[in-house]
Design a protein around this ligand. Sequence first.
Ligand code: NAD
Length: 529
Amino acid sequence: MNTIDVFSPIDGKLLKSYLVSSSDEITESIHLARDAAQLWADKTVKQRLACISILKQKLVTDCDSITDQIVAVTGKVKTEVVIGEIYPLLEMLSFYENNATKILAKQSVSTSPMAFPNAKAHYQYQPFGVVAVISPWNFPFQLTLYPLLSALIAGNAIIFKVSELSLPIGELIMQLIAELDLPDGLVHWVVGGSETGAYLIDQRPDLIFFTGGHATGCRVMASAAQHPVPVILELGGKDTMLVFADAHKQRAVNAVMYGAFSNSGQVCVSVEQLYVEQTIFNSFVDQLCQAANKLKVGHGDKGDLGVISSKAQLALIQSHYQDAIAKGAKASGPLSINGSYVTPVILWNITDDMRILQEETFGPLLVVIPFDDETDVIERINKSEFGLSASIWSQNTSRAEHVANQLEVGNWAINDVIKNTGHPRLPFGGVKNSGFGRYHGAEGLRSFCYTVSGLISQSRYVQEPNWFPYSNNSYQAMRAYLDTLFSSDNLWYRLKRNWPALRYYQKYSALHLTQHWQNFIIIILRKLN
Ligand code: NAD
């Protein structure tokens, strides 16, 4: 039996060993989930919400113990856990409690009286069935539970896989799930790393919700394409902050500290590149360096920045720093690494060939670049392969909004940073190499359903005008129908030239006018001659 040992990123001690799920267990989980999905989908949205309703209170009352468990696995500071791992879930649950029924309600649509006389039409949202949620290590609790709960509310069963670095969080999630009033077999946790994730995809869940790096996302999509299974990909970013000279400077400096260094920069929407208008560049960099020097590393309730949770990430941060310095970057200080703690560094004198400008760093390094011209800086930002999020800082919010609307990103904020991505009503997701598909908000809840469209005909005719047999008359009638409906000249002229051919349809309901009305139309048309 394979096992995975999970070590504390704080002191390297063994936290716990986990048995990797066998292929038989994963296959069995899919079968059980598929059976349970049927029962669950039959419940109303209100009933589903009632079944999970105690979770909100649990997250509040057990906040300390949940926080401690997340701190032990990730090495985050406690406030970071409450803000980033717990609070967004509470906002989401409250929003869906009040709105999910409406969001997922059947939608009636009007039908053309000519094409579908007296018919009724609607569309409705059908849960996919079994949703596989695959999540990363940086916010292992929130980034698993947010899609998991959204998919549940939408009526699906779930198989989830947390990162191999975060297995105790998978266990914690299963403990919380066990306290909910859910049908047996509705939620399953599979334990493992990349092979387990790949095997899970090959078992053909009905939807894959993947959050992780770009390279893994491409592999997930390639495997999913073999079946095919639809995928939503929430991938990495290289987020930008753009500061104009008229910005509120102290607020912008403090925001940079938070945007670039919260969770030690291990946030998909971390600010990794900061563009500052040339006229304030030097003084702004001075202020940034002073502010960065005041930040403290620590864990638990001490410090602002926790550890770098993954050893591979630590090595990448070091290589980005060394590459930039070797190519002429200036830095606020040396890259100070103590165990897994890394103190934040501001870098400037940046050139395009530096890796730190091309690749996601996912650590506490921030590059600062001056700009003169608005159009040039927008063009430069849009050259990035990533397109997750951006923030624009100016007291002229109309100008900032104009700039925001030209950026190729899935999310933006003006005069705020990161917090916007937790807004429960705003759909969240990326473009370009940052992925596609949305969760959060109304659109995000519907992402866990496919749309089914329905039409109810009221016709009692044995034949519809578009059915066989075809003839020259049917062709001329169809031409006349298109000309009457879609040409742009006056309706009377359209009717006048097409009426003879349109009479082909008179036996059908759309033109089943009484003889009296037909005669009336003919008289009017003759008068128009
Ligand atoms: P990762 O891509 O290495 O792993 C993510 C998950 O995929 C893990 O559970 C992993 O075990 C699994 N996995 C690996 N190979 C797989 C395969 N072949 N098939 C199926 N599953 C497989 O990512 P990570 O290092 O855990 O997380 C960091 C990355 O996640 C960063 O790039 C970050 O930007 C990104 N991220 C994106 C968002 C977002 O919402 N856009 C949020 C957080 C993190």
